[in-house]
Design a protein around this ligand. Structure first.
Ligand SMILES: *Cc1c(COP(=O)(O)O)cnc(C)c1O
Length: 856
């Protein structure tokens, strides 16, 4: 290049950010000014940054609407098989930039905003995260929506419009403090309420036997109000719908007959009904058997199935037959959270549509598929029968009936095997009687999948072995993925462009093409450019930390990042022990060379998870000692990253050198954070767990820092008996670290502060932290050594990026489509809309009968 380009010029050049036509830019500016004036009722004298964000969001939204209506009309007319993704969580994060990218508007908007004298990044920062999820499971649902739209599938996400998403985390004196996430306070420009499609959901009551069969009567009704959010595909004019339900009390709520006198109280009591969609339960991988949570689960299921059946019937001319229902409808259950959809569909087909039981069951099984997300026993949903009987009595009967026929089948195949019947029953009889929701899902679905090879194997061979013996063909694997639009183009434009310069932009829709960059692994200038992009990302993140949290970090140190929900199985404690080990080594021999590191740990602890909260306090306490020790200087820093969430992941992941994925083998079902880091040019230090196994397979095991026990080793150790003291006695550095924590080195004012942690690690550590300590520390030394050779490090980074193509959620969704849903991706680019749609020219034309329309 003759003269260096400015960033602005560079951005304009790149096709993956869209075309900057003069008309485009003028149109965006016009839309922006119009919305500022008419929608926000402001002028530039009194506008805030937030007003500008909303003006731009509305302008971009205008470009979605025509495509959205056309896509839905197209589905109505062509009536393809619909895919319904049911999830209690959609962890969407921000929408503005993603929409601009998927519509190819990014460059035009950048230019327009620049010409208006504003800063795009400042505006983007004004957007609240839609934090309707806890972690991986909810973020997976969001990535899948992007991929389903990009692949042109007639797909819908169905969930709950929580008024409060995942709490905001503040750190106060080193402790986690929760704040309510009032994300709708300033309004949500991306949603459209559809009150005309409101539906009733019933609770409580009892079952009456009538001549026409069982009847569920005397119920309490809550209304489900749909809110639609457009989901644009990448550059294909497809816009799908995410429909989230909000609970509304009926207007006659508590005002019937007996209660006439207490009008005021009746109005106040409406909020009780509306509490159903008030707040997301903040547990990750943990079952909390609360009545309100079961209400949420049934609420989304009941409203969604009515909607699905309404849409199914609307596409039928003449007599409705449910025979073809599974040819037109696929329903994917994201974990067991929406499992009540199975008895609910049975109830609709048998009680309301009057189908014979066996026919209804066949249709139900063909319609549903279930994704298992965890094998941790504390996370598996097991609802008390008593609670189910009170809240959903008819469904309990149906579940009993399903179970009876299921057990009959097993007794016929395995006569007198009582133990097998007990193990496989949907109803658990020992102790409090409970419904095993995973068993219900397996029995009621035609496909069951795990989320990474190793996890699917454990599902088949261990946790649900009896079931896979019975129906081996039901069990599948669908390794998770992430959308490369958000997790590369959007969060790491520098790297995305660098790759596009080398191999073109085809990789955005076909991530396997990243293999082509392996050809440049010895290209000196490419190595330099990759390393330069990383350095820029690190500088930017360091500036962000300094501005937001007043912490200064050394941008030439290795950024060693461990961000995910805080959980014992994810072993943030192992990382913490390593930090203290590095600290002790520096202190022991301060003159010795040390490869500088900044250890960044972040994640939310469930508010009721005591041990997770103590882990946060330990990390911050270690940070207080390490960060303020003059002997250490800027060679080692420990930062606890406050309020880890989607928008923060987008900042920290592109700035990471070393990605920590260190769960005990056999505990992390897949992980998706691991994939985001790999795609963004971090190297992984990790165990052979979840999708790490497949990452190692794709990149070559030698290109990750793999350490520790494999699943078989963990099993062997369990057999032998894990004894933490063995390792403590054998490893002097581990002993020193534990002695320090125990004696109050990191909590001098309260020496026994971390007693619960040390007791756990010594006496009842389910996740065997000490067993992997030695190998982990060695593996960390290897990482440090390689980091001293920037060129070799970056070569390994390039190999990893080139091997990360498998982990696109496009690949995952193609597999679901083919192996489970029976639908085909479509390349058809729906005709771009004329905006606004053809105006009605004459009174005669206006009075012409309209087509029935898509009924959304
Ligand atoms: C991807 C993601 C996760 C999942 O991370 P894991 O390391 O797979 O547990 C959790 N939270 C956020 C905000 C994410 O973006």
């Amino acid at each position: 290049m003759a003269t260096p380009m400015s960033d602005q010029e560079k951005r304009k050049q790149i096709s993956i950010r869209g075309i900057v036509g003069v008309e485009n830019v003028a149109e965006i500016k016009k839309g922006f000014n119009r919305h500022l004036h008419f929608t926000l009722a402001k002028d530039r004298n009194v506008s805030t940054q937030r007003d500008y964000f909303f003006a731009l969001a509305h302008t971009v939204r205008d470009h979605l609407v025509g495509r959205w209506l056309r896509t839905q009309q197209y589905y109505y007319e062509t009536d393809p098989k619909r895919v319904y993704y049911l999830s209690l969580e959609f962890y969407m994060g921000r929408t503005l930039e993603n929409t601009m990218i998927n519509l190819g508007l990014q460059n035009a908007c950048d230019e327009a905003i620049y010409q208006l004298g504003l800063d795009m990044e400042d505006l983007e920062e004004m957007e609240e995260d839609a934090g309707l999820g806890n972690g991986g499971l909810g973020r997976l649902a969001a990535c899948f929506l992007d991929s389903m739209a990009t692949l042109g599938l007639a797909a819908y996400g169905y969930g709950i419009r929580y008024e409060y998403g995942i709490f905001n985390q503040r750190i106060n004196d080193g402790w986690q403090v929760e704040e309510a996430d009032d994300w709708l306070r300033h309004g949500n420009p991306w949603e459209k309420a559809r009150p005309e499609f409101m539906l009733p959901v019933h609770f409580y009551g009892h079952v009456e036997k009538t001549r026409e069969g069982p009847k569920w009567v005397d119920t309490q009704v809550v209304l489900a109000m749909p809110y639609d959010t457009p989901i644009p595909g990448y550059m294909n004019n497809t816009v799908n719908t995410m429909r989230l339900w909000s609970a509304r009390a009926p207007n006659d709520f508590n005002l019937q007959d007996f209660n006439v006198g207490d009008y005021i109280q009746a109005v106040l009591d409406r909020s009780v009904a509306e509490n159903i969609s008030r707040v997301l339960y903040p547990n990750d991988n943990f079952f909390e058997g609360k009545e309100l949570r079961l209400k949420q689960e049934y609420f989304v299921v009941a409203a969604t199935l009515q909607d699905i059946i309404r849409r199914f019937k609307a596409s039928k001319k003449g007599r409705i037959t449910f025979e073809t229902f599974p040819d037109k409808v696929a329903i994917q259950l994201n974990d067991t959270h929406p499992a009540m959809a199975i008895p609910e569909l049975m109830r609709i087909l048998v009680d309301i549509e009057k189908l014979p039981y066996d026919k209804a069951w066949e249709i139900t099984q063909k319609t549903f598929a279930y994704t298992n997300h965890t094998v941790l026993p504390e996370a598996l949903e097991r609802w008390p029968v008593q609670l189910m009987e009170k809240l959903l009595p008819r469904h309990l009967h149906i579940i009993y009936e399903i179970n009876q026929k299921h057990l009959d089948k097993i007794s016929a195949l395995f006569p007198k095997d009582m133990d097998r019947l007990r193990r496989m029953s949907i109803i658990e009889e020992e102790g409090v009687k409970r419904i095993n929701m995973a068993h219900l899902c397996i029995v009621g679905s035609h496909a069951v999948n795990g989320v990474a090879q190793i996890h699917s194997q454990i599902v088949k061979d261990q946790v649900f072995r009896d079931f896979s013996e019975l129906e081996p063909e039901k069990f599948q694997n669908k390794t998770n993925g992430i959308t490369p639009r958000r997790w590369l183009l959007m969060c790491n434009a520098g790297l995305a462009e660098l790759i596009a310069e080398k191999i073109g932009d085809g990789y955005v829709k076909d991530l396997s093409q990243l293999r082509k960059i392996a050809a440049f692994v010895n290209d000196e200038s490419f190595i330099r450019d990759v390393s330069k992009v990383k350095q820029e990302n690190k500088m930017k993140f360091a500036q962000y930390l300094e501005k937001e949290y007043k912490v200064k970090i050394n941008p030439s140190s290795m950024f060693d990042v461990h961000v995910k929900r805080i959980h014992e199985y994810k072993r943030q404690l192992l990382n913490c022990l390593h930090v203290i080990t590095m600290y002790n080594r520096i202190k022991k021999d301060p003159a010795k060379h040390f490869v500088p590191r900044t250890v960044i740990i972040g994640g939310k602890a469930a508010p009721g998870y005591h041990m997770a909260k103590m882990i946060i306090k330990l990390i911050t306490s270690v940070g207080d000692v390490v960060n303020n020790d003059p002997v250490v200087g800027n060679r080692l820093k420990v930062i606890f990253l406050e309020n880890y969430r989607v928008s923060l992941a987008e900042k920290v992941i592109p700035a990471t050198d070393l990605s920590e994925q260190i769960s005990t083998a056999g505990t992390e079902a897949s992980g998706t954070g691991n994939m985001k880091f790999m795609l963004n040019g971090a190297l992984t230090i990790g165990t052979m767990d979840g999708a790490n196994v497949e990452m190692a397979e794709e990149a070559g095991e030698g290109n990750l820092f793999i350490f520790g026990m494999r699943v078989a080793d963990v099993e062997a150790l369990d057999k032998k008996g894990y004894n933490a003291m063995d390792y403590y006695d054998k490893l002097p550095e581990l002993k020193q670290v534990m002695d320090q924590i125990k004696s109050g080195y990191f909590s001098p004012k309260q020496p026994d502060l971390f007693k619960d942690i040390t007791d756990m690690l010594f006496k009842h550590d389910r996740f065997k932290v000490f067993a992997d300590f030695e190998d982990y520390v060695k593996s960390q030394e290897k990482a440090s050594n390689l980091y001293q050779d920037p060129k070799q490090w970056t070569k390994m980074v390039i190999i990893n990026i080139s091997a990360s193509g498998k982990f696109s959620s496009d690949r995952t969704i193609k597999e679901y489509a083919k192996d489970i849903w029976g639908v085909e991706p479509s390349d058809i680019k729906i005709k771009p809309p004329n905006e606004p749609r053809e105006p009605v020219e004459t009174r005669e034309a206006a009075m012409k009968p309209k087509s029935k329309g898509n009924l959304l």
